[in-house]
Design a protein around this ligand. Structure first.
Ligand code: CO
Length: 259
């Protein structure tokens, strides 16, 4: 077995050459500065890469990833990323993006407690234990995992919103919007779960995370939101006699009109 990773270095040469061929000034522009509008806080899972799922180029999204996209408020890594993104890059949006089927969340719901990872996952474990009867009432294990993946995103958005870094940004009038999203690995679609927070007032008006366990937010996929927006813009009689414009494959998920 080779001790070097020549195949990866070869792929890099191909990638850089293709980039230059399609856009001769690409790397010159990249080398000047970065001006990302977004900070992505996601899971380390190798299948959930921010640039790919957002269809963004390098330079367009600032990224922090860890197992199960958790915001520990004593984690110098994430706090440094947050401070740099807000105060130096002046990002407008912070996206906490979890994903369905997260192995970290699955472990937090299980009984294993022997690894450093279990300390890391403790916020999820504690929420699960606190509401164990509610979660366990979801008989299907996969559905229970999905539910916890959703709640975890919302919990982490709230933790971001509670940091002095974000509070200070809002206090000085900096435009900064927080979002909670979920990525579905099985179809590649992002879903907007919320909460959407742009001020301390909005944060403080949220129901408690405990209330969310009982009354979950409904994730909305980008595709479905597009469909809802499209139909909302149409006058009520515009649909009469028209075939549904949505592709047949996505019809069941996306058509808000039930046609
Ligand atoms: Co994960």
């Amino acid at each position: 077995m080779s001790r070097t990773l020549d195949h990866l270095l070869d792929q890099n040469v191909v990638w850089a050459s293709e980039k230059r061929r399609h856009d001769p000034t690409y790397f010159l522009r990249m080398a000047e500065h970065q001006t990302p509008q977004y900070l992505w806080i996601g899971c380390s899972d190798s299948r959930v890469t921010a640039n790919d799922v957002l269809r963004l180029d390098p330079g367009e999204v600032f990224v922090h990833r860890n197992i199960a996209n958790i915001v520990h408020t004593s984690d110098l890594n994430i706090l440094s990323v947050l401070e740099f993104a807000i105060e130096h890059l002046a990002v407008r949006h912070i996206i906490v993006c979890g994903h369905y089927g997260c192995s970290g969340v699955r472990r937090a719901l299980g009984g294993d407690r022997g690894a450093m990872l279990d300390h890391w996952l403790q916020p999820i474990t504690m929420l699960y234990r606190k509401h164990k009867p509610k979660f366990d009432a979801i008989g299907d294990e996969a559905a229970r995992l999905d539910r916890m993946c959703e709640i975890n995103v919302e919990m982490q958005v709230r933790r971001i919103a509670a940091t002095p870094i974000v509070e200070n940004a809002w206090a000085r009038g900096q435009e900064l919007h927080l979002h909670g999203w979920l990525y579905a690995i099985h179809d590649g679609l992002l879903m907007d779960l919320g909460p959407h927070l742009s001020s301390t007032e909005e944060r403080d008006a949220l129901p408690s995370i405990d209330a969310r366990v009982i009354d979950p937010a409904e994730p909305v996929s980008a595709m479905r939101r597009q469909a809802i927006d499209a139909f909302t813009r149409l006058p009520p009689d515009a649909m009469e006699g028209l075939a549904c414009p949505l592709p047949a494959a996505s019809h069941r998920l996306t058509c808000a009109e039930g046609c």
